[in-house]
Design a protein around this ligand. Structure first.
Ligand SMILES: Cc1cc2nc3c(=O)[nH]c(=O)nc-3n(C[C@H](O)[C@H](O)[C@H](O)COP(=O)(O)OP(=O)(O)OC[C@H]3O[C@@H](n4cnc5c(N)ncnc54)[C@H](O)[C@@H]3O)c2cc1C
Length: 225
């Protein structure tokens, strides 16, 4: 889609070049989806134990052992999906964890249906509407490396200032005033691909973060939620 047509379709955003538009894209509400997965697993006989930290996963002749703070479990196959610190738990070396930061901004027109957007520049900017919170705006891979799970992850004034300046220049459809902000951890492999692999009786999965950077164009996807 050329910039002019994109501006007509999405007047809340500013475009200065050709745009990759993906009309069949969608968004997944992660927290709602997780609740549904857990409910389905329980309905099929799974036992869910919250608040039981795994401290080690060890190979065994008949599969693997999982040691937690309170018990040891044996299984023919263990699937590990431990998020940012999965590398520590199973000795997966090349994962990099960074602190990323985003803000929410108030849309000027509450009836506008926001696309998810990725703007390839340095640093890459991205955003989407968070129902009830506003338009989320963040930078991709712009934060500091976090080397330990207990390291404090606090928002940076410089990043907040950059995000507001970005909104002022590129997102005419929002009021460029921070309504709320938060940090999150990004987990990345050197190639920015996700990880799904198996070593013996241990399967490791990590979607990792922000793996949408293969195109050098700006991209928008129309995704009502
Ligand atoms: C507020 C917020 C906003 C984000 N925004 C973005 C974004 O815009 N773009 C993007 O790409 N990414 C974003 N992320 C990051 C993204 O959420 C993560 O990359 C993604 O959730 C990773 O999924 P996962 O299943 O690998 O790990 P997680 O969702 O982190 O799940 C891991 C699970 O394993 C559990 N666990 C970990 N260690 C142990 C242990 N030793 N014992 C037992 N349980 C353990 C954890 O409690 C957790 O339940 C955001 C994160 C947050 C918090």
């Amino acid at each position: 889609m050329v910039g002019g047509r994109a501006s007509e379709r999405f007047p809340a955003l500013r475009f200065d070049r050709e745009v990759c538009f993906q009309p069949d894209a969608g968004r997944c509400r992660a927290d709602v989806a997780l609740d549904a997965f857990v409910r389905c697993a329980i309905a099929r006989g799974a036992v869910v134990r919250h608040d039981e930290r795994v401290v080690a996963i060890e190979p065994a002749i008949d599969g693997a052992r999982v040691r937690t703070e309170t018990a040891t479990y044996s299984a023919a196959l263990v699937v590990v999906a431990a998020g940012a610190w999965v590398g520590e738990l199973i000795g997966l070396a090349p994962l990099r964890v960074t602190r990323e930061q985003y803000v929410h901004l108030a849309p000027r027109d509450p009836t506008f249906v926001w696309p998810s957007f990725i703007h390839h520049r340095d640093p890459v900017a991205y955003g989407l509407e968070t129902p009830g919170a506003g338009v989320k705006l963040g930078e991709h891979h712009a934060g500091a490396v976090i080397s330990a799970p207990d390291q404090p992850v606090v928002p940076s004034d410089a990043t907040r200032t950059r995000l507001v300046a970005y909104a002022r220049e590129w997102i005419p459809g929002v009021d460029p005033v921070v309504v709320s902000e938060a940090t999150c951890l990004y987990t990345s492999t050197p190639t920015e691909d996700f990880v799904v692999d198996r070593v013996g009786a241990v399967v490791v999965c990590s979607p990792c973060s922000g793996t949408a950077s293969s195109s050098r164009r700006s991209s928008v996807s129309s995704s009502p939620g």
